[in-house]
Every structure is written in structure tokens, then in C-alpha cells.
Design a protein around this ligand. Structure first.
Ligand code: PAF
Length: 287
């Protein structure tokens, strides 16, 4: 485990240079995968990675495969200088390859599929998105060869799918997660919160309050499902639910009252036109 900070952060942009840097690492290695535009959420991933491993590689790559037609791939914020100064001295290596280095042929001939789990919920609105995510994550794991990799719980569907990727393809990496960061009010931190008025922020608390009510309802599966149903029905008109559901963390299929075990509660709603997500894992292990 890391006790002293890395003295210098090295930027590498080629696979060859990454290989050399990786070979020089003697202890355990953590990978933090990002698309850049680094913010506090990413720094929490880096902090956890540093607690868990001797070396940290941060990847900074805007992956074209996970953007659909009409999505903001071209406009996605890119500021490598700012990213480098955000993690300077905190990670050993920043790997920021150009697109051609990652995809000499685009789209690649062979890619990875997230299966049905990638087609529901967030994936229903973004066809192909999770296939693009698992393809680049597989490539980045191959390239960085980490012992562990740290992801945020906020992108709960992505995290669940990456756990399946690692389990189903026997990838030799441990997945660690960090809790959702919340404001004092309970609202999950997100750069999108800045778009909300004070009234919108009040309405947005419907998400974290729903999670609190679901946690109280657990471990009764029936009560968890009833709480979600009542949240959907009783929310004010200003909370436009996209989904408020409890799913299996393995298949991402909605759970039924007969379900016994962990359930992933996933929420997405539009408030004042801004789409917010929130999530929690609960025990749903009783009638
Ligand atoms: O969460 C993200 O930023 C991206 O989906 C990831 C995991 C870096 C893959 O491009």
C-alpha cells in the first residue's frame, strides 16, 4: 500500500511508452479510467486507488465507441493541461493516447458486448453505449495490467456491467468502488446540479429521499418494490421520472417480490430539464 506520494507524474501517449512505464512498476498497480475533464469525483477515485496500491495509472481518453450518433463526442470537454495539473504528484502515470493509438481501425473488427444488461435503463436511451464502454475498458485493462481498478458507485449500471465483464471474461483485475459523494442535503454531487434553481434542488431531493425510504423498507423485497412504486406515483409533477427501479446486480433485470438477495436501486429523473441519476445497493432478502 502506498505511503509516500509519487514524486513526479509522467505523461505517456503511446502504448509503447505506457508499457515501459508499467514494466518499471514493482509493487501493486491501480488503474483509474477516465475520459478526462477531471473533477472532485475523479480525485476521490485517485485517492482510493492510492490507498489501495503502490502505483496509480490514470487513463485519460475520450472513447469514441461509447458515443452514439448525435451525441457530444466532438464537443466533449478536453483539457489535458488542466487534467495533468489536477493529478500532478498524485498518480505515477497519465496515459492519454490519441484515438489512432487506441483504434488503428475504427470501429474495431472485434469488440466486446455488454449483452442485454447494456440495452436496458441508461442503455435503452444510448444504444451501443455500454458495448463501447466494455470494449475500451477491456483494452485499457490489457494495456495497464492493473491489480485493481476503482470506479464510482454513481454510474451504477456501468459499475455493475464492468463487474460482469471482469467476472464473465475472467479478467485478472479486482474492481473497487467509492461511495457516491453527496451534498449536506443528500443530493448526489454532479456537475449537472449547477443547472438547477433553488426550487429545482428541492425537487431533486426526491431522488435521495426515495433511496432513504427504500433503505428503510429493506430487507423486505415487497416493501422495497412498494416504496419505489409509491415514489413514482406520489412525486410532484416537477419530478419527471425516467425510471425508479430495483434490479438484480448481476443481470440488471427488474427484481420480483420473490427476489432474495442484494438489489440495485437505480433512479433517473428530469428536473427542470436536467437529467439526474442516483443509486444504492440494498438487501432485499425477506418477504
Ligand atoms: O466512466 C467513464 O468515464 C467512462 O465510461 C470510462 C469507464 C472511462 C470508459 O471510457
Amino acid at each position: 500500500m502506498s505511503t509516500t506520494p509519487p514524486t513526479a507524474t509522467t505523461l505517456v501517449t503511446s502504448i509503447h511508452a505506457l508499457d515501459r512505464a508499467r514494466e518499471a512498476m514493482t509493487g501493486t498497480v491501480a488503474a483509474v479510467l477516465t475520459m478526462g475533464a477531471l473533477h472532485d469525483g475523479h480525485l476521490a477515485l485517485v485517492a482510493r486507488a492510492r490507498e489501495l496500491a503502490d502505483h496509480v495509472i490514470l487513463t485519460d481518453f475520450v472513447n469514441p465507441l461509447q458515443f452514439g450518433p448525435g451525441e457530444d463526442y466532438e464537443a466533449y470537454p478536453r483539457d489535458l493541461e488542466a487534467d495533468l495539473s489536477a493529478v500532478d504528484g498524485l498518480v505515477d502515470v497519465v496515459f492519454a493516447p490519441p484515438v489512432e493509438e487506441m483504434y488503428p481501425v475504427l470501429p474495431p473488427t472485434v469488440s466486446v458486448s455488454a449483452g442485454r444488461a447494456g440495452t436496458v435503463l441508461e442503455g435503452a436511451a444510448r444504444p451501443g453505449h455500454f458495448d463501447g464502454v466494455v470494449t475500451v475498458v477491456t483494452k485499457l485493462f490489457q494495456l495497464t495490467r492493473p491489480h485493481l481498478s476503482v470506479f464510482g458507485r454513481k454510474d451504477a449500471q456501468q459499475l455493475a456491467i464492468i463487474r460482469r465483464l471482469v467476472a464473465d471474461l475472467n479478467l485478472p483485475v479486482r474492481i473497487e468502488d467509492v461511495p457516491i459523494q453527496r451534498e449536506e442535503s443528500g443530493l448526489a454531487r454532479s456537475s449537472r446540479n449547477a443547472y438547477l434553481t433553488d426550487t429545482g434542488r428541492q425537487h431533486a431531493l426526491a431522488l435521495s429521499r426515495t433511496l432513504a425510504a427504500v433503505s428503510e423498507a429493506a430487507p423486505s423485497t415487497a416493501a422495497v418494490l412498494a416504496t419505489l412504486e409509491s415514489a413514482r406515483r406520489s412525486a410532484p409533477a416537477e419530478v419527471d421520472w425516467d425510471y425508479a427501479t430495483a434490479v438484480s446486480p448481476v443481470t440488471l433485470e427488474p427484481i420480483t417480490p420473490a427476489h432474495r438477495g442484494l438489489a440495485l436501486v437505480l433512479l433517473a429523473a428530469r428536473i427542470e430539464g436536467t437529467r439526474l441519476i442516483d443509486a444504492a445497493v440494498v438487501e432485499a432478502s425477506a418477504p
